[in-house]
Write a protein that binds this ligand. Structure first.
Ligand SMILES: N[C@@H](CCC(=O)N[C@@H](CS)C(=O)NCC(=O)O)C(=O)O
Length: 213
């Protein structure tokens, strides 16, 4: 099997989706932990010109974007698509779109703060991003199935989103989302999920000598 190299920061929720998919499919890979997502050149992002992670390198092929990477990996290693990464079900597509949108909003808010903007609430656009996080979570909460034993790509994405939001204290009222929390707790039974939580990822990164830059 050709070696896969996955570039991403320890806390990147987009990168974690791919880490979970690879683990679920039993595909070995080298995890190349990158530094700050404020780094100004593509070298810090596995040569992604958009200066974002994850990036996947396999032989002479380099792929950007977590969903593209997931589809590429499934095409190579799991044509049966057990995780339904390629599902065209409307519910599944919408779930992914909402999760991805919230993830993107989080990134903008966190980077604005990290880059030095002290008062995000003073900016109407950032207030809008926060409202969309809350509204998106409400939308998911109304639809998430708690009594369903399946584990699919939207579950992977939702789990990465929720634990990242909680890690960064970005959920205004966590108690408003008991079904999402329960679904994520179910996912935590899986080694692929339990071994990649934000806390575990930081511990593993520190043990490997990684330091935030
Ligand atoms: N659509 C991309 C989004 C990737 C993304 O935004 N990654 C974050 C880290 S979790 C990042 O690198 N952000 C840097 C930036 O937006 O400048 C994907 O699915 O891979």
């Amino acid at each position: 099997m050709e070696t896969l190299r996955l570039f991403g920061t320890p806390l990147s929720h987009f990168t974690r989706k791919v880490r979970i998919v690879l683990a679920e499919l039993g595909v070995p890979f080298e995890y190349v932990r990158t530094g700050s997502v404020l780094a100004p050149t593509s070298a810090g992002y596995g040569e992604n010109p958009l200066l974002r992670v994850p990036t996947l390198v396999r032989g002479d092929e380099t792929l950007f974007d977590s969903d593209h990477i997931a589809r590429y990996v499934v095409a190579l290693y799991d044509p049966a698509d057990r995780l339904q990464v390629n599902s065209l079900a409307v519910e599944s597509l919408n779930r992914l779109a909402v999760v991805t949108g919230i993830m993107n909003n989080e990134v903008v808010l966190l980077l604005a703060k990290r880059a030095g903007l002290a008062d995000l609430e003073a900016v109407a656009y950032f207030r809008k991003l926060r409202s969309a996080i809350d509204g998106g979570l409400d939308w998911i909460e109304a639809r998430v199935e708690v009594d369903d034993a399946s584990f699919t790509y939207p579950d992977v994405a939702l789990t990465c989103l929720w634990q990242h939001l909680v890690h960064y204290d970005l959920v205004a009222e966590p108690a408003r989302y008991p079904r999402i929390a329960a679904r994520v707790e179910q996912a935590m039974q899986r080694p692929s999920v339990a071994s990649t939580t934000p806390a575990r990822s930081l511990e593993d990164a520190a043990a490997a000598g990684w330091k935030p830059s």
